[in-house]
Design a protein around this ligand. Structure first.
Ligand code: HEM
Length: 147
């Protein structure tokens, strides 16, 4: 079903492109130009909006991916579909860990103006986003190479 694959790809573009922008463009400049009391509330608010967009993208990616798999009606899936499902699932788990474990810590730290705690939470989020960014690139390459 072509429209499902288009929706799948739009979700991937929002998620992976957003992680690239946040990690490579936004955060280094914010870290260089803003002190923690200015930087952390700004990044927490930006991440809140981004995570909402990613949550919608994840639902779209997962829904359309599973829909496409279901069209096989039990026939064996190509190797790159398996690889994509596996790495994609790992990416989703990492996203959930960020949203339910470390992002709440960042918000609490910002609300209580505890900048060391906020910086520590932001540091873990930054590393997990980098892992997902690399996995995202790998998944896109595998999806295309196998197609
Ligand atoms: C998490 C579960 C996922 C499932 C079950 C899944 C499943 C699928 C399936 C079945 C297709 C084949 C569509 C077709 O050829 O008709 C597809 C295409 C694609 N997927 Fe995924 N996917 C998932 C996650 C991801 C993620 C996380 C990425 C990238 C970060 C990704 C990138 C792509 C790309 C680039 C294509 C297009 C390949 C082409 O050009 O033919 N997918 N996906």
């Amino acid at each position: 079903m072509r429209i499902a694959v288009v929706i799948h790809l739009l979700g991937v573009i929002v998620w992976v492109g957003g992680m690239f922008f946040a990690h490579v463009c936004l955060r280094p400049v914010a870290a260089a130009q803003l002190a923690p009391p200015q930087r952390l509330p700004l990044l927490a608010a930006i991440l809140g909006r981004f995570f909402t967009a990613v949550a919608v993208s994840v639902v779209a990616i997962l829904g359309t991916g599973v829909l496409r798999l279901s069209e096989l009606h039990g026939a064996p899936a190509p190797w790159h579909w398996h690889a994509m499902s596996g790495i994609g699932s790992a990416m989703i788990i990492i996203f959930l860990i960020i949203v339910f474990r470390y992002y709440p810590r960042l918000k609490v730290a910002v609300a209580s103006q505890n900048w060391p705690q906020g910086g520590a939470a932001m540091d873990v989020i930054r590393k997990l986003v980098l892992v997902n960014l690399v996995l995202g690139f790998v998944t896109v390459i595998i999806a295309r190479v196998g197609a």
